[in-house]
Design a protein around this ligand. Structure first.
Ligand code: ATP
Ligand code: MG
Length: 442
C-alpha cells in the first residue's frame, strides 16, 4: 500500500478523554473513531489488525476441532424467555421492538440461541461431542464504556459452544478450549494467565478467565509468578490435555473476585505476584443450565433421553487490539508483534522526487509485496522527522529508510521498531533480512 493512497487519518494531539496508552494510540494512529459512547468505526489500519487477530483465533479454534458458523446479531426474545434470562439480564441488554411489536434484542452472547438451534437437529448421543463457534459482534449496554475498544458497547467476540453427553466428556471439551486459548494468546505475543473465575450460581470449578498483565487492567489479580512465562503447549494429544490443564491450574491464580488470601500466602513469597490484568477470554462449563429449561436432550446409549452438557468459551477479539497495544508500546507509539501487524514493514522515502530514491523504493516495494510482506510505502512529500514519527507511531516491526546519501554508498537503513536498532545494508540484503524475520509467522 502506498501511503499517498491510503486512508490513515493521524491525530497530532492526544485526545483528552483517552487515559490509557492503547486508547490514545488507537485514536492517534487512525485505527478507530468513536461514533458514540463505546461504539467505534474501525478505520482501515485498525480493521487490518482486528482481522489478523480474528484469523489467529479462527485457526486455533479450527485446530481444536471447533466448527465455524455464524449466528445473527439480532435475536428473538423468545429463546431468552425460555431460559429465564430475558428478565435476568438487566439493562445491559439492548432491547428492540419491531414493527409487528415483536420483541428482539441485539445479542450480548448466544447460549440461548445456539441451544435452540442444536436441539432442533441433534437427537442422538452418536452426534456428540460437538463444538461450534462464531466470531460476531455483540452489544452490551455497559454502564461505563471506557478505555476505547477495551470496554466498548459494541464489540467483536469469538464465542464457542460445546455439546457433550455427560460431565466427563464435557471436561475434555473444556480442556481442549483451555489449551487452544494458551496457544491463541501466545501467537499474538501475549502472556495470558488462566485464573480461577466465578462460576456463578452453577458452582463447580470449571471456569477460567484468561488475563494479560498490564498496569491499566481493570482486574486485580494474584498469581504464582511461574505461570506468566510458561511456554504455550502447542499441539496436545487428547490423552495429555488434562495434564497440561493441571500444570496451570495447580499453581495459584485468581482475580479479586475469587481471591483467597490464606491460600495465596502458601505460595513462596518470591513467587507471589499481585498485579493488574486485562480479561481477554473466559471459558465456562455450565452443564445443564440451558439444556434443562430448553429441553435440549439426546437419546443416550441406553435409549433414555438426557440433557446435553454444555460449555461456552469467549475471546474478546476487539478488546485484544487494545490489549496487545497495552502490552507492547513505548513513548513513541505502538510496537506490533509480527503476527498481528497491519503491514509487515514500512518503507520511508526520504526524498520523494529524487530519481535514485524513488527507483530504489519502488524496487523494494515490489520485492517485499511479491514476498507477501505487505509493505506500507511512505511516498508522501513530508519532512523526514514527520515520516519517522509517523512510522514509529503506527508501530510496524521494521522500517526501511531510503535516501540519496545512503544510496550513493549502496545502502539503505533497516530499523527494528522494538529495539530501535539500525543497520545499514544493501537493498537486496534488506529484503532478505525482512523475509527471514517473517519466516514461520503465518
Ligand atoms: P468483563 O468482566 O470485562 O465485563 P465479562 O466477564 O462480562 O467481561 P464475558 O461474558 O466473559 O465478559 O465475555 C467474553 C470476553 O469478551 C471477555 O473475556 C472479554 O475479553 C470480552 N468482553 C466482554 N465485555 C466486553 C466489552 N464491553 N468490550 C470489549 N470486550 C468485552
Ligand atoms: Mg468474563
Amino acid at each position: 500500500m502506498r501511503l499517498s493512497r491510503y486512508f490513515l487519518p493521524l491525530l497530532k494531539e492526544t485526545p483528552s478523554d483517552a487515559t490509557i496508552a492503547s486508547h490514545r494510540y488507537m485514536l492517534r494512529a487512525g485505527m478507530v473513531k468513536q461514533d458514540s459512547a463505546g461504539i467505534y468505526i474501525w478505520l482501515p489500519l485498525g480493521f487490518k489488525v482486528l482481522k489478523k487477530i480474528e484469523q489467529i483465533v479462527r485457526e486455533e479454534q479450527n485446530k481444536a476441532g471447533a466448527v465455524e458458523m455464524l449466528m445473527p446479531t439480532i435475536q428473538s426474545a423468545n429463546h431468552w424467555k425460555e431460559t429465564g434470562r430475558y428478565d435476568a439480564y438487566g439493562p445491559e441488554m439492548l432491547r428492540i421492538t419491531d414493527r409487528g411489536d415483536r420483541e428482539l434484542l441485539y445479542g450480548p452472547t448466544n447460549e440461548d440461541m445456539i441451544t435452540d438451534m442444536f436441539r432442533t437437529y441433534v437427537r442422538s448421543y452418536k452426534d456428540l461431542p460437538q463444538c461450534l463457534y462464531h466470531i460476531q459482534w455483540k452489544f452490551r449496554d455497559e454502564r461505563r464504556p471506557r478505555f476505547g475498544v477495551m470496554r466498548g458497547r459494541e464489540f467483536l467476540m469469538k464465542d464457542a459452544y460445546s455439546f457433550d453427553i455427560d460431565a466427563e466428556t464435557a471436561r475434555e471439551s473444556y480442556n481442549r478450549q483451555f489449551v487452544a486459548y494458551l496457544n491463541t494468546y501466545a501467537r499474538m505475543g501475549l502472556k495470558a494467565v488462566p485464573m480461577r473465575a466465578d462460576t456463578g450460581p452453577i458452582g463447580g470449578d470449571l471456569s477460567h478467565e484468561f488475563l494479560i498483565l498490564a498496569e491499566t487492567g481493570e482486574s486485580e489479580v494474584f498469581c504464582h509468578k511461574d505461570l506468566v512465562d510458561m511456554a504455550p503447549p502447542g499441539v496436545v494429544a487428547d490423552d495429555d490435555l488434562q495434564s497440561i490443564v493441571d500444570s496451570r491450574t495447580s499453581l495459584y491464580a485468581a482475580t479479586d473476585e475469587m481471591h483467597n488470601a490464606d491460600e495465596f500466602a502458601k505460595v513462596p513469597s518470591d513467587k507471589r505476584l499481585s498485579a493488574r490484568g486485562i480479561e481477554v477470554g473466559h471459558i465456562f462449563y455450565f452443564g445443564e443450565k440451558y439444556s434443562e429449561p430448553m429441553k435440549a436432550q439426546v437419546q443416550g446409549p441406553d435409549g433414555k433421553n438426557t440433557n446435553i452438557h454444555m460449555g461456552s468459551y469467549g475471546v474478546g477479539v476487539s478488546r485484544l487490539v487494545g490489549g496487545i497495544i497495552e502490552a507492547s508500546h513505548d513513548d513513541n507509539g505502538i510496537i506490533w508483534p509480527k503476527s498481528v501487524t497491519p503491514f509487515g514493514a514500512g518503507i520511508i522515502n526520504l526524498k520523494v522526487g529524487d530519481e535514485a530514491a524513488d527507483a530504489a523504493c519502488e524496487d523494494l516495494y515490489s520485492k517485499l509485496s511479491e514476498a507477501g510482506i505487505d509493505p506500507l510505502y511512505d511516498d508522501r512529500n513530508d519532512r523526514g522527522g514527520q515520516k519517522f514519527a509517523r512510522m514509529d507511531l503506527i508501530g510496524l516491526p521494521y522500517q526501511l529508510v531510503i535516501g540519496p546519501r545512503g544510496l550513493k554508498e549502496g545502502v539503505v537503513e533497516v530499523k527494528t521498531r522494538a529495539t530501535g536498532e539500525k543497520q545499514n545494508m544493501t537493498p537486496e540484503a534488506a529484503v532478505n533480512f525482512i523475509i527471514n524475520e517473517y519466516e514461520g509467522i503465518a
